[in-house]
Ligand binder design. Structure first.
Ligand code: ADP
Ligand code: MG
Length: 257
């Protein structure tokens, strides 16, 4: 069985997509067959692994709305053990279209059940809002990984996502766990960054990953080359940090059986 992890935070620009792409690529590099599921109409995870999103005739939208078999939509990224269920701007209409449909919160769960046995990990990249697409992701997932940018306002909005997770646990997916909080864009030279990291660790001592993602220009450059960081610059600090995150997740899961 696969472990399904959704990457969520309703704030934009906190490193969700960077984490989805690079965590998935790092898990795949450890020879764990991994699927990235892009459910953000911006399609940045899709282009981040080198898929031309504008040319796609069919995407995750067609699975969600037109009941197309996801196996017909999943693409090979060209990197070993790494596949993607892509998205593009066609998905922007999905939320409204889903609103009147049967089992509107469960659609992604049923889609992923069709392909789950092929993958060790399924990583879902969520849009920057707690909308019906994100609710679909939290309904389908075993856990939520929350990237938090190490800045003064990091905690703002954090209680909102915790509240959403609690609601989903209560009403739809009682087993939904918090995979962990990932500190992103950490700047070791800034006292503020260190203070924020310390504060978050103080509040959630056993929830924060040991791996911390540094602010690293190579991570910002890689998407424009359509490559995960480990295929763009394996020597970068960004690559090392995402490989460490993948190791932590694999070790923890294998320890828990
Ligand atoms: P989100 O998906 O939460 O909106 P992104 O992952 O797209 O956030 O990141 C926002 C921007 O910051 C992107 O341009 C990305 O390349 C850049 N970025 C993300 N993480 C880092 C990092 N650790 N160091 C430097 N730039 C980063
Ligand atoms: Mg994103």
């Amino acid at each position: 069985m696969s472990r399904i992890i959704c990457i969520a935070n309703q704030k934009g620009g906190v490193g969700k997509t960077t984490t989805a792409v690079n965590l998935a690529a790092s898990l795949a590099a450890a020879e764990r067959p991994t699927l990235i599921v892009d459910i953000d109409p911006q399609g940045n995870a899709t282009s981040g692994v080198g898929v031309e999103k504008v040319n796609l005739k069919r995407t995750v939208y067609d699975a969600l709305i037109n009941e197309v078999d996801p196996r017909e939509l999943i693409l090979d990224t060209g990197h070993p053990f790494l596949h993607i269920l892509p998205a593009n701007s066609a998905l922007a209409g999905a939320e409204l279209e889903l609103a009147g449909e049967l089992a509107r919160e469960q659609r992604l769960k049923f889609i992923l059940a069709e392909v789950a046995e092929q993958y060790s990990y399924i990583i879902i990249d969520c849009p920057p809002s707690l909308n019906l697409l994100t609710i679909n992701a939290m309904t389908a997932a075993h856990s939520v990984l929350i990237p938090l940018q190490c800045e003064f306002y990091a905690m703002e909005g954090f209680s909102q996502i915790l509240h959403t997770i609690k609601l989903i646990q209560k009403m739809i997916n009682p087993l939904l766990a918090i995979e962990g909080i990932l500190l992103t864009m950490f700047d070791a030279r800034s006292n503020l960054g260190k203070d924020v990291a310390e504060e978050i660790r103080g509040h959630f001592p056993d929830k924060v990953f040991q791996a911390v993602i540094p602010r690293n220009v190579r991570l910002a450059e890689a998407p424009s080359h359509g490559k995960p960081i480990i295929y763009y610059d394996i020597t970068s600090r960004g690559a090392a940090s995402y490989l460490q995150l993948a190791r932590e997740i694999i070790q923890r899961e294998e320890a828990n059986g």
